[in-house]
Ligand binder design. Structure first.
Ligand code: CP
Length: 311
């Protein structure tokens, strides 16, 4: 694989290899003052973000810097995109600067693939429209694996705005590939048609879906992607699909609570659950994000560094 455009196309052993590599970086990141490795020294990494981000942008930047790369960030709002430059011209401009890795977030599904066809270096998808967010799924898998051991055989319930969620899509592909039983829960208007073709079980009743769940992964209501067809009131949504302590008690007693962030507290998740010590893995997910992105950057730049390939 030259790029990381999605979880689609990755095999079970390739995902497990990335998670295994990320463990090295978890150890480095927890090692104290010297959180540094110079293997990407001399390489230039560009983060081109055409959509807002806190976690993904900062963790890619930290990941690149901890590996010794020169990291530059391009924010669309301050770029010549605002003057009408096309996506392809922007991609060719970044390529002419001889970047060694380009990380892209874009509001349109498929935009990252389009750019990857135009540049000479590895491209990493940091989230494209409603399509995929592969490093999010990998960091979620690493979080689950570290807390629960093997992912195969676990029952993982993903609840919320599945229709608009690239996080849900990448997680469904990742977790089913790793052998988990995946349940998805959402209001009828926010459930993609044909979702069961992905090997998941679809529910509209959150209470029923929680029974026997090892992991409960909540999704953000993506109001910015709604076409005006379904904007539930926050109170109504929380009543039907919000995770509170009563609902969490319906899952297994040690069920893990996850959310990719940013959270709408009181809309899809109660603060008492989001901050529940020992059960909520939300800040751990953020920590794993740095390690997983270090692993992906290391693996994808091996060819440029003339280091042996991967998986
Ligand atoms: N989870 C996630 O992608 O968060 P950001 O939008 O803050 O990057």
């Amino acid at each position: 694989h030259r790029h990381l455009l999605g979880i689609t196309g990755l095999q079970n052993h390739e995902i497990l290899y990335i998670l295994d590599q990320a463990e090295t970086w978890v150890a480095l990141n927890r090692s104290g003052a010297a959180k540094h490795d110079d293997r990407l020294a001399g390489l230039t990494m560009i983060n081109a973000f055409f959509e807002n981000s806190t976690r993904t942008l900062l963790s890619f930047e930290i990941a690149g810097k901890r590996l010794g790369a020169d990291v530059v960030n391009m924010h669309a709002s301050q770029s010549s995109i605002k003057k009408g430059e096309t996506l392809i011209d922007t991609a060719m401009t970044l390529n002419a600067m001889r970047a060694d890795a380009i990380v892209i977030r874009h509001a349109s599904s498929g935009a990252v693939q389009l750019i990857s066809d135009k540049v000479d270096c590895p491209v990493l998808n940091a989230g494209d429209g409603t399509h995929e967010h592969p490093t999010q799924a990998l960091l979620d898998a690493l979080t689950i694996q570290r807390r629960k051991g093997e992912i195969a055989g676990l029952t993982i319930t993903i609840c919320g705005d599945v229709l608009h969620s690239r996080v849900a899509r990448s997680n469904i592909i990742c977790l089913t590939t790793l052998g988990a039983r995946v349940r998805v829960v959402s209001p009828p208007a926010l459930m993609p048609a044909g979702i069961e073709d992905f090997g998941v079980t679809a529910f509209h009743d959150f209470d029923a879906a929680l029974d026997g769940s090892d992991v409960v992964m909540m999704l953000r209501l993506q109001n910015e992607r709604m076409q005006g067809d379904f904007i539930p009131s926050p109170r109504e949504y929380f009543h039907l699909y919000g995770l509170d302590e009563r609902r969490l008690a319906l899952a297994k007693p040690d069920a893990l609570v996850m959310h990719p962030g940013p959270m709408n507290r009181g809309v899809e998740i109660a603060s008492s659950v989001a901050d529940l010590a020992g059960r909520s893995a939300i800040t751990e997910q953020v920590e794993m994000g740095v390690a997983v992105r270090m692993a992906c950057l290391d693996i994808l730049t091996r060819k440029a560094r003339a280091v042996e390939g991967w998986a």
